[in-house]
Each structure stands twice: as structure tokens, then as C-alpha cells.
Design a protein around this ligand. Structure first.
Ligand code: PLP
Length: 404
């Protein structure tokens, strides 16, 4: 069992009042709040042992390097990676996915196919469009069913000799759908494709073991996992990292620089150009330690109980349409109110202290799939309470009355 009052005490921002109501922060899929343990770890590092990392010969540089590399080991363990050499720090999931596309671009001949899906975040669409524009890649979108699942038969039928890359989201940021990445990776790899999973949302709500999933590449981000912004992770197998070309040049990523040539540092440093986000990586390590003190099944059950309370609380409202109703899903509730714009819904909810996101959620092809231009989205995290889920329901009911 998780001790909610004790957890909430560690998030000072949750004590705020918004428009005279206690804050109900239900925008966790966009960015989660940080516990004091994370902020303290970053502050302590800044105050006591800050310097640039690597190649330093003085004590502060060595201490900072140790803390930075310790964070890499924590990430490796968190993701079930064989070694910290399989972990590249990036500035977020978006940069990790761009690194995948750039690093694998040498695989693409005109007409080669990259399979993604209609439920991808733009961060897992736009980098592949770069390969379409620059190298003639063909992007194929796995269709999404009415309930919000991937059409796996359609996916299997797409796989063929031309498939070079399959890059799919593990858990959708809009539908909440959890895709069967392990099966998908098996099929993709049998077809000879590189398999990438966008684990940005999944890493927050599920136990991840990249070796068990058998993916070649997997990305996540710090700021949704109760960590800081501007830090993300790309896991890759040694084999794929050796094949990938570096994305940014300069700093720690080189071995030697001559007038006529350069040689690269070993993986993972080959992909970490310039001064890395040092404090942010240390903050991510602290977030992983913080999350690691809880039983992941307890967290999952708690978050899903809130999701179910919110969903069931809206069930009798005919004007509400929920987008994403597959049974395999995480605690994300996207919805629309008939005749109302999602922005108006979110603004009314804010009047009652309830923070939700509204818009396309960086998933325009998914919005097009459903013939809508936006949704309002409530997303639950570890510190949310049943009372907050109920206040969300009551605020949506008031919005429905007001906007109908
Ligand atoms: C599924 C998914 N992929 C990628 C991203 C991009 O993450 P970041 O903001 O860390 O670049 C997000 C952020 O919302 C996401 O939800």
C-alpha cells in the first residue's frame, strides 16, 4: 500500500490553491511534479560538488563525474539494460528519437519503408519525415481501431523486405493504450527491421525490461518520471549503437580531431556531444531512486483506480465521448464534451482548481483518425487522490451544464 499523505507532503506544489480550490494536478502525462528528493539532489550537487564532467583531474570534476555516471547506472538498472554502456543521455525523448532517425539514416535507400502508427507523438513522426524528405523513405502508418488499439493484422501485413525500421509508441499519451511491444519487436525483427519503442509514457507506469522486450532502441524522458526537464534517455543494444552514426559533433563524443579526419569516442559517449545536462541527469537518477522505493504494482493499482473512478463517474453523461477505450491501458482519460471545444472545457476545470491539458497533444494524425481536432485529457500520477478524481468528475459535469 502506498502512503498518500506522506507522498503528497514531498511535493510542495500540491499544497497550492488555484482559484480558491485545492489544486488537483491531472496533467501528469505532459509533465509530472518533482518530489523534494529530486530538487534536493540537484541543489546538493550544485552546492557541494559541481564542475564539468569527464577528463577533469581535480576533485570536484571527479566527484561530479562519479555522480553523473552513477545516474547512468541507475537508468541502466531501471530499464533492465545489460550495462550503462547501453544508455545515452539526451535532452529528452524528442532528441532521443531524432538521434535514432539520424543515426539510422544510412540504412535508407529510396523506397525503403519505416513503419510507425496513427497514435504516435509528433516526436516519433517528424524525424521519420526527415528521412522521407532527405532519403526517399516511405512512411507507413499502422491504423488504430475505433477503441484505440493498433491493428496488428494490418501491421503484420505491412512488414516486408522493404521494412527497415519499425518505431512504435509503448503507451499512447492520448489513448493510454499499451501496445504489445514484445510481440511487435519479435515480428519486426523477424522481418529484418530495426525495432524502436517510444517508452516516454510507459516508463512511468509500467516495469520496463528492454532485454525482455527485445527492442533495439527504447527512449524515455525525465520530466514525466518525477524528474527534471531537459534530460532523456536512449537505450540501445551494443550492436545497434555501433552501427549508428553520431548526431551532434564536438566535446566528449570525439576520440581524436585532425585537420583531415576525426575519430569517435566509444559508445555511449559517441552520442553525447558538448557538456551534457549534468545536474538534470543526477536529478533523473534521484527520481529513479525515489520511484524505486514503491512497489510498482501498488502504484499501478492506485493510478488505475483513479482512472476508473473518473471514467465511471462520467459514464452517465451522454455528452461525454471518451477517446481510447481499450482494456490494456494506462491512467490517461481523453475525452470530449459534445458541442464544446476542449480548450473551453480545460478552462472551466481550471476554475475549480482541476488542471488538465487540452489540444492535439502533439498527435495530429491521431486526431485526424478520429475526425476531431482536440481532446481534453486528465492523466493520473502517484500523488493523485480519489477526492481529486471525484472533483474532476464534478467539474466536468459543471462544464457540461455550462457549455451545452
Ligand atoms: C509518447 C510521447 N513521446 C514523446 C514525447 C516527447 O517527450 P519530450 O518532451 O521529453 O521530448 C512525449 C511527450 O509528451 C510523449 O508523450
Amino acid at each position: 500500500m502506498i502512503n498518500l499523505p506522506s507522498i503528497r507532503d514531498q511535493f510542495p506544489v500540491l499544497a497550492r490553491e488555484i482559484n480558491g480550490y485545492p489544486l488537483a494536478y491531472l496533467d501528469n502525462a505532459a509533465s509530472a511534479q518533482k518530489p523534494t528528493a529530486v530538487m534536493d539532489a540537484m541543489k546538493a550537487q550544485s552546492e557541494q560538488a559541481y564542475a564539468n564532467v569527464h577528463r577533469g583531474l581535480h576533485t570536484l570534476a571527479n566527484e561530479t563525474t562519479e555522480a553523473f555516471e552513477a545516474a547512468r547506472s541507475k537508468v541502466a538498472k531501471f530499464l533492465g539494460a545489460p550495462s550503462e554502456k547501453n544508455i545515452v543521455f539526451t535532452r529528452g525523448a524528442t532528441e532521443a528519437l531524432n538521434l535514432c532517425a539520424y543515426g539510422l539514416s544510412h540504412l535508407i535507400e529510396p523506397g525503403d519503408e519505416i513503419i510507425i502508427s496513427q497514435m504516435e507523438h509528433h516526436s516519433n513522426i517528424v524525424p521519420w519525415h526527415f528521412l522521407r524528405e532527405r532519403y526517399g523513405a516511405v512512411i507507413r502508418f499502422v491504423p488504430v481501431t475505433e477503441e484505440g488499439a493498433l491493428d496488428l493484422e494490418a501491421f503484420k501485413a505491412m512488414l516486408g523486405e522493404k521494412t527497415k525500421i519499425v518505431s512504435l509508441v509503448h503507451m499512447s499519451n492520448v489513448l493510454g493504450t499499451v501496445n504489445p511491444i514484445k510481440d511487435i519487436a519479435k515480428w519486426a525483427k523477424a522481418a529484418g527491421a530495426v525495432m524502436i519503442a517510444d517508452g516516454t509514457q510507459a516508463a512511468v507506469h509500467m516495469d520496463i525490461n528492454v532485454q525482455d522486450l527485445s527492442v533495439d532502441l527504447f527512449c524515455m524522458t525525465g520530466h514525466k518520471l518525477y524528474g527534471p526537464t531537459a534530460i532523456g534517455v536512449l537505450y540501445g543494444t551494443t550492436e545497434i549503437f555501433e552501427q549508428m552514426q553520431p548526431f551532434n559533433g564536438g566535446g566528449e563524443m570525439i576520440a581524436d580531431v585532425f585537420e583531415d579526419r576525426v575519430t569517435y569516442n566509444d559508445v555511449p559517449y559517441k552520442f553525447e556531444a558538448g557538456t551534457p545536462p549534468i545536474l538534470e541527469a543526477i536529478g533523473l537518477g534521484a527520481a529513479i531512486d525515489w520511484v524505486g522505493q514503491f512497489d510498482s504494482e501498488d502504484i499501478r493499482q492506485h493510478e488505475m483506480a483513479l482512472y476508473h473512478a473518473a471514467r465511471d463517474g462520467l459514464a452517465d453523461l451522454n455528452s461525454v465521448t471518451i477517446v481510447g477505450t481499450t482494456p490494456d491501458k494506462g491512467p490517461v482519460l481523453s475525452f470530449n464534451l459534445q458541442g464544446a471545444h476542449a480548450h473551453d472545457v480545460a478552462q472551466i476545470l481550471d476554475k475549480y482548481g482541476v488542471a488538465v491539458r487540452a489540444g492535439q497533444h502533439c498527435t495530429q494524425p491521431l486526431m485526424d483518425r478520429y475526425g476531431i481536432h482536440s481532446t481534453a485529457r486528465a492523466s493520473f500520477g502517484i500523488y493523485n487522490t480519489l477526492d481529486e478524481a471525484e472533483r474532476f468528475v464534478s467539474a466536468v459535469r459543471k462544464a457540461a451544464l455550462f457549455l451545452s
